[in-house]
Design a binder for this molecule. Sequence first.
Ligand code: ADP
Ligand code: TRP
Length: 331
Amino acid sequence: MDIVVSGIRSTGNLHLGNYFGALRNFVKMQETNTCFFFIADYHSLTTHPHPDDLHGNVKKALVDFLASGLNPEKATLYIQSDLPEVAELYLLLNMNAYLGELERCTSFKEKIRTQPENINAGLLTYPTLMAADIILHRAHKVPVGKDQEQHLEMTRTFANRFNRIYGVDYFPEPVAFNFGEDLIKIPGLDGSMKMSKSEGDMNAIYLADSPEVIRKKVMRAVTDTGPTAPGQPRSQGVENLFSLMKIMSTPETLSYFEEAYQQCTIRYGDMKKQLAEDVIRFTAPFTARINQLQADAPYLSRVVKQGADKARESAAKTIHEVREIIGFKKF
Ligand code: ADP
Ligand code: TRP
């Protein structure tokens, strides 16, 4: 059976993009693989969350994991910072990670551009921490989106380099995994190409949003003044609404509004009302489970403890063997 590892850096509530891009695949994979799924709260520290917020945000993400159908009896669900072994392997990998290759990483260069006031060593070594997450369980497959391909490539470099330096065949080469056609990018409500937490609250619909909030967000989504001639290309905002409708609504609804656009009779207000109701229909069962889970502190603490125990068992074995390979010996 393949070993599968993946994590989500987002802490706090998860949005439809996170669900379709990550969680939905995790849920499928847990059926036929040995899976480790975690909330990457160490990674989240690169942006300096306030201590008052950290725990609550991890809890929200955990609840959303469970509400999405991740089953702690099938997959190992854990919080990254519950595994000190991650930190140890990260330290060891950093010894053979070179400044040049870390600096060339696209996500690092992007951060230099977007947050020049906080270029910390954690950002620089983000790929070694991610590699540690993955090879700690000697994973074969990593379900992630396209944006993570370079990080995966670096993970393979670090794993292969370890094998070469120590003359062993210890770490498998992990490969990115997705369900081909199933990989979809959910666009934002504000006319941006991607639904994302960092784009502000009106861009994203969260699994935990109430019907009122969903209606408000969808009704405020960016559109344009409407088509004036048949065949007129759609603006990005309108295109996004159609993309969401394709995922959330029935084919009949979609073609009704596509036709109306073609005929220049479309009323975006009507389209948004319909889309909002279809989104609510989709999120309602999630929201119900979220509310239930949030109130069940004993269950959450059992899940986290059980996940940490199982993950540490796997991690401790690897660390033990890695220390031996490197040459640490007991006195
Ligand atoms: P955020 O954009 O909220 O910061 P992350 O970048 O932390 O989300 O992504 C967490 C996971 O969710 C990743 O696997 C990513 O590929 C997926 N994901 C995030 N946004 C989208 C989206 N708009 N469409 C599809 N997948 C997404
Ligand atoms: N970097 C990933 C993201 O931003 C999150 C992540 C951290 C991850 N560690 C991982 C993903 C290990 C897969 C495996 O989405």
